[in-house]
Structures are given as structure tokens and as C-alpha cells.
Design a protein around this ligand. Structure first.
Ligand code: PEP
Length: 257
């Protein structure tokens, strides 16, 4: 089964509107024929809400613009939050959810991640569901236990209708995010294979083969080729390197092959 690779940038809390416009001016030039590229590799950017319209208008043919978080209710008294209805209204295609920074700094739980997954899927928006262990958990030999628990507790909140929709898992070892440390292709593949097994258990073998599992954690233009060669690494969730058009365009073209 061949899965289209997906390279998703995560801009976190970076860039003004002028900087975002400038990024896409360079990025689209460097990538070349965007429509041709995005036919074989999906390209997405998780961006701050102030940049939604700029990015939707400037990103180029086939490029998906995502939020970095979403609320699971459609509307209501939730000051500071955005709903799936609002993301759709802004022209977005999905959202990153459960990023380790949101788990760490904003107390996001596996249950909340699952409710967000459910809400996104029911709105036909793409959930990019992040999982990953800390350094202490890896050193204690608990990587698989932690990732399985994060995945299964979230999945428990997802309805049958929502489960039928497309979703993406991003395996992001916390110790590799923004640190310059990258999991080796072998370390990443081992966890991706375990996740593929979980997908098989919960969705059946045929469906499991269709789900993209991204690697995230200091992925760069220098190391992405080796990571992307692994059979279960279907792309990347890229923080730092996605802020630079030169680096991210190289990664997109590497993923295209
Ligand atoms: C991320 O924020 O999801 C990430 C992987 O960051 P970085 O690539 O900078 O490690």
C-alpha cells in the first residue's frame, strides 16, 4: 500500500502577517510547480489564527492550512477558543491536536485530545493527532506503553462516524522537539511500527495501511531523507525547519522523491 507522504509545518507562535506573506513568496518560488508537487506529496502548515487568511490566500495550489488547536464544542462561552465551524469558515482543512507543548503548558489531556479528534472528524476536518514520550519515559523503557495509552485514551472519545474519517498520527518524541536531537530512523520506525499495530487492532489491517504516521522532532533538510526512507514513516511534522522557506522547500522536494 503506498501512502502519499505528508509534510506538515508547525509554525507554533511565530510570524507576523508580513513575514508569512514573505515566506510563501519564497517558498512557492523554491518549490516550483506547486500543483504538480502537491499531487504526490501533501504539504500543510499549522499556523497561528492571525495568519489564517494570509496563509489560505498565499500558500499555493493544494497546500493545506491547519490550526494548531481547536475546541470540541461548536460554539459557546469558551473565551479564547476557536471551534471547528470557525476553522472551516476561515478556509482551513484541519488542525494539529495534542501537541506536547499543549499537553505540557496548557494541561491538555488525552480525553480532550480525543474530543477534539471527534469534533474535527465529524466536521470533515483533518486531525493531526500528536503522541510521544518524554526523555524520562524513554529511559525507563516506557515508550510503547505511553504512546499506546495516549492513542487509546484519545480514541475512546471518537465516535464510530468520526472513526470512519481520515486522520493522521504524528509521533513526536518530546525529547527531540526543538532540541536538535532527532530519533534515529530505526528508533522512529520501531515506534511507527508499533502504532501501525495499534491501528490494525482498532481499525483492521486494510484501513491501518491507509493512515499516515508522521515523525516529528528536529526533522531537517539534512536528516529527512533517511527518516522518510523507512516504510512506516509517512512524512513529518516539522517545527523549526518549517519556518525557513529554503529548508522546508528542500524537505518537500526530498519527500517528493
Ligand atoms: C514540532 O513542533 O512539532 C516539532 C517537531 O518541532 P521541531 O521540528 O522544531 O523539533
Amino acid at each position: 500500500m503506498s501512502r502519499n507522504k505528508l509534510l506538515a509545518g508547525n509554525w507554533k507562535m511565530h510570524k507576523t502577517r508580513a513575514e508569512a506573506s514573505e515566506f510563501f513568496r519564497s517558498f512557492t518560488k523554491l518549490v516550483g510547480n506547486m500543483a504538480d508537487v502537491t499531487r504526490s506529496v501533501e504539504v500543510a502548515f499549522g499556523v497561528p489564527a492571525t495568519l489564517f487568511d494570509v496563509c489560505v490566500n498565499a500558500a499555493g495550489a493544494g497546500v493545506k492550512i491547519l490550526a494548531q488547536n481547536v475546541h470540541y464544542e461548536k460554539q459557546g462561552a469558551f473565551t479564547g477558543e476557536l471551534s471547528t465551524v470557525m476553522l472551516q469558515d476561515a478556509g482551513l482543512q484541519g488542525s494539529i491536536i495534542g501537541h506536547s507543548e499543549r499537553r505540557q503548558y496548557f494541561a491538555e489531556t488525552d480525553q480532550a485530545v480525543g474530543k477534539k479528534w471527534n469534533a474535527l472528524s465529524l466536521s470533515s476536518l483533518l486531525p493531526v493527532v500528536c503522541v510521544g514520550e518524554t526523555k524520562a519515559e524513554r529511559e525507563a523503557g516506557e515508550t510503547n506503553i505511553v504512546v499506546k495509552k495516549q492513542f487509546e485514551l484519545a480514541l475512546a472519545e471518537v465516535s464510530a462516524d468520526a472513526k470512519a474519517k481520515d486522520f493522521v498520527i504524528a509521533y513526536e518524541p518530546v525529547w527531540a522537539i526543538g532540541t536538535g536531537l532527532t530519533a534515529t530512523p530505526e528508533q522512529a520506525e520501531e515506534v511507527h511500527l508499533m502504532i501501525r499495530g495499534l491501528l490494525t487492532t482498532h481499525f483492521g489491517a486494510a484501513r491501518a495501511e491507509t493512515v499516515r504516521i508522521l515523525y516529528g522532532g528536529s526533522m531537517s533538510a539534512a536528516n529527512c531523507a533517511e527518516l522518510l526512507k523507512k516504510p512506516n514513516i509517512d512524512g513529518g511534522l516539522v517545527g523549526g525547519a518549517s519556518l525557513k522557506p529554503e529548508d522546508f522547500s528542500k524537505m518537500v522536494l526530498t519527500a517528493k522523491g
